[in-house]
Design a protein around this ligand. Structure first.
Ligand SMILES: Cc1cc2nc3c(=O)[nH]c(=O)nc-3n(C[C@H](O)[C@H](O)[C@H](O)COP(=O)(O)OP(=O)(O)OC[C@H]3O[C@@H](n4cnc5c(N)ncnc54)[C@H](O)[C@@H]3O)c2cc1C
Length: 469
């Protein structure tokens, strides 16, 4: 392993990189590790910053740990005298994660935390080194880990900069304070649900309009099932590799065989009763059947991540178009208590879910237009549509510069292109042997691998392989 290492981004992936390097048997004082991030994100990452405690994890606390050394998340909560809820607040997870991070850093004098954002990286092809540039300093490194997470927020209706338009809502407790008049949220994903809950619980909003194109919300987490997977196993999918490729049709066939074995009804994938509200109620009423489907997907998810890089380009496209939406809906379900709140508020008429959004115009207020020729007027509009996917659209200086000097390239399905070992594939220099990327930035190369547990496991495998070199 090259010894001068820069980790750019101290969120979940950067934290896991640090942890697995310093705990590797080959790690010693000849290494120098510098980790760059802003002070408020260092050790936490964007989803787990200091924010309102009403923002919950969507994965049960006992399934979320950065590491078991010295504590799992649950043990840490107990050690702090904090309640171990089934779904704890994301802020608490951030406090835990930052604590684990600081412990790993202070235990080693050759690890430095640099509270600054990196603005550029210049590759020296001859020396195979990287100059990492921040406002604070420029230094030379032998290896770089790019762990900068999600790209900037999307602006689908080109409203950024307008009064009373919140382009990126996080942290909610700083960006959304006492909104005046009627309030709308665009989006129906987990971030939109964060905004609605925060407005209703902490801002005592009378009513919120929840606008989106599709009206599709994540499913509701059902009963936990510990499934014994019979067919969809690592050995079986590996046996499908032929000429470094795996056929999507074969994988679908295998998955269906496993569904039948587990008694999971395929029709559940298509459970879309008349409305978003009915959809939530359906999941709450059928928690056992829905839970079995979700826990099957969660159990085999690492294998989807494993086979995805082996699909041909056309199979990847087909997968993203036809299979991904079915998996996505069931992959990161919302906690049932959150769904119950939404149903109650919707039935009281306090949360209005409106789909078919086509355009937003401004005329003193925000006029939200649907494909049914309806117009809804709100005074305050919060964008919760999530991040940009294409790195070529990203405005942050680091990515702009890396794209411009052709050090990184976009993956066709979004994010950054890496090989199976997480080495960055540069359009200018080819595969960069000592520049790695992992985490949300490689979300399409690493299919569905960004929940904390999977990301931490994948980072461990990557670091172990690198440290052996
Ligand atoms: C709202 C939300 C809720 C989620 N809830 C859950 C959950 O309950 N359970 C779960 O398992 N997963 C959850 N996830 C998913 C998961 O935890 C994230 O995908 C994970 O944080 C990805 O890790 P990352 O390191 O790629 O990104 P992050 O954790 O965001 O870390 C990236 C870091 O890079 C830093 N950075 C960016 N640019 C630079 C630069 N130029 N220089 C230096 N640093 C830089 C950022 O400040 C940030 O701290 C959630 C995700 C979101 C968005």
């Amino acid at each position: 392993m090259k010894k001068r290492i820069a980790v750019i981004g101290g969120g979940v992936a950067g934290n896991a990189v640090l942890h697995h390097i310093v705990n590797n048997t080959n790690f010693d004082t000849s290494y120098r590790i510098d980790i760059f991030d802003s002070e408020d994100h260092m050790g936490r990452g964007k989803p787990y910053i200091e924010d309102s405690e009403v923002l919950l994890l969507n994965i049960p606390s006992d399934e979320m740990s950065m590491t078991n050394v010295p504590y799992s998340f649950d043990e840490w909560l107990v050690s702090r005298g904090l309640p171990v809820e089934h779904f704890n607040s994301r802020k608490h997870f951030g406090d835990y994660s930052a604590d684990m991070f600081r412990r790993a850093a202070v235990a080693h004098s050759n690890v430095r935390l640099i509270n600054d954002l990196v603005i550029d990286v210049i590759y020296n092809e001859e020396k195979e080194t990287f100059a990492v540039i921040s406002d604070y300093k420029t230094d030379e490194y032998d290896a770089v880990f790019l762990t900068t997470g999600q790209l900037s927020y999307n602006d689908p209706y080109h409203l950024k900069g307008m009064d009373n338009y919140i382009h990126n809502p996080y942290p909610l407790n700083q960006n959304i304070t006492d909104p005046e008049g009627s309030v709308g949220v665009i989006g129906t994903g987990l971030s939109a649900i964060d905004c609605v809950r925060y407005l209703m619980i902490e801002q005592s909003a009378d009513a919120v309009h929840l606008f989106s194109r599709s009206g599709d919300m994540p499913s509701v987490r059902g009963t936990s099932h510990d499934l014994n997977i019979k067919y969809f196993t690592g050995a079986e999918v590996d046996s499908y590799i032929e000429d470094d490729m795996i056929s999507l049709d074969k994988i679908i066939e295998l998955f269906k065989k496993e569904m039948a074995e587990q008694g999971v009804d395929e029709k559940l994938f298509y459970r879309h009763p008349e409305s978003t509200l009915e959809d939530l109620k359906f999941d709450l009423l059928h928690a056992d059947a829905v839970g079995k489907l979700q826990y099957l997907i969660i159990a085999v998810n690492p294998l989807f991540s494993r086979v995805f890089p082996y699909f041909s380009k056309s199979d990847k496209r087909k997968f993203m178009k036809e299979v991904h939406p079915l998996i996505d809906k069931n992959h990161s379900p919302m906690p049932p208590e959150v769904a119950r709140q939404l149903v109650d508020w919707a039935e009281e008429g306090r949360v209005r879910i409106i789909d078919g959004i086509e355009a937003v115009e401004t005329n003193g207020r925000f006029e939200v237009k649907t494909d049914r020729d309806e117009t809804f007027k709100v005074d305050y509009l919060i964008n919760a549509t999530g991040p940009i996917k294409d790195i070529e659209q990203e405005p942050a200086p680091l990515i702009v510069n890396l794209v411009d000097r052709m050090l990184i390239a976009p993956s066709e399905l979004g994010g950054l292109l890496v090989d199976k070992q997480h080495r960055v594939i540069s359009p200018r220099y080819g595969t960069l042997n000592h520049m790695y990327a992992i985490g949300h930035l490689t979300f399409s190369s690493d299919y569905m691998s960004n929940t904390v547990n999977i990301l931490v496991k994948n980072t461990k495998l990557m670091v172990e392989r690198i440290m052996e070199q």
